[in-house]
Design a protein around this ligand. Sequence first.
Ligand SMILES: [Fe+2]
Length: 431
Amino acid sequence: MRTERASLSRKWLERYDEVRNQTLKLVETLGPDDQMVQSMPDASPAKWHSAHTTWFFETFILAPHMRDYAPFDARFGFLFNSYYKRLGNHPNRAIRGTFSRPTLDQIRHYRTYVDSGVRELLAREASAETLRLLELGLNHEQQHQELIITDIKHAFWTNPLRPSYQPSQMQAVESGGAPLAWCYFDEGIYEAGHDLRGFAFDNELPRHRTYITPFRIGSRLVTNKEYQAFMDDGGYTRPELWLSDAWDHVSGEGWTAPLYWERTEDGWTQFTCRGTLPLNPNEPVCHVSFYEADAFARWANARLPTEFEWEVAAGFAGNSAMTSGNLLESETYHPRPATAQAGLQQIFGDAWEWTASPYSAYPGYCPPAGLEGEYNGKFMCNQIVLRGGSCATPASHIRKSYRNYFPPQARWQFSGIRLAQDGLARDRTDS
Ligand SMILES: [Fe+2]
């Protein structure tokens, strides 16, 4: 019994260390000055991400479940609370970048202190509830790992010096390229949602049946070249292509291209984690909002897939699509061109895929009791579901039932486009 418990603790500690170390690795090239920058209210300083993920373990696990736990600093409970109203007040998220104190060194000590607490708790009382919350905390930290990358990319883009997050590397401008084919799915009643084998967030539940009419879905993500054709055809200046909210927003913001694109004398460039690079026409278009994705799809005589159509398609793509995807561990932090000539590609990784589905509760959904109930459920309004993960998503974090969500105008995440169409007879269409 004792050996079993020791082995269980060891397994959990290995996973805990792996995830916590990944965060340290992502910020290791960033100095204290870099880690303080908050370039817009939606983004947070890297330093804040490191502290807030630590706060999560302290608040959800150590404080309520470890006897005699003494907080590292009682003020941090307020300072690093993101949005949990049941805990009381918290700082305005728009001014996180103004907190020069605690220093980066103090936050590093905070992490070490909480890590020691988790180790001690696991060694002496690893209850099922503790382990369940630990898994939640690790998945939470993985979400913030992706945000560390997208937020520092945005911060460096706003800096006139345009620093690189990673060392610059030559890139073959015309590399890759695969024709767009269509993958067909018959109408039917399909299962959607998580099957309860392994971890899932509450918003992936309950698993339920959903009726889907015949559809076809693009074999790969929409490319920069295809998106440029939309732009060259006056895409941003034709109101008939845009939803009303979208038109107002795009006109108001003066958008004429995806975020991070810039036109130069030598053609379009794109700011990346490796600095500014010439636009590769065969790479997936990225950093587009739902508004732009929807308008592009209309221009292309297509539409965005619903989240359920996407999930059905991902089920057919199989597990190998997950392990071979361009995810965080590939350390590209940038989408890659599709290369295969057939079959569903880029389902997992590269770029999150905007769906046509508003983020709402599944039938029978019930938020967890207590503090945890504020994690996902209260955001089910005015947001759109994205599926599939991106080049900044950890591999052990993504699955076919995973529901990401952002407001329709958001585009600083690695968000791209996959097209769908209503069912067409196979013998009338290509591939
Ligand atoms: Fe968080």
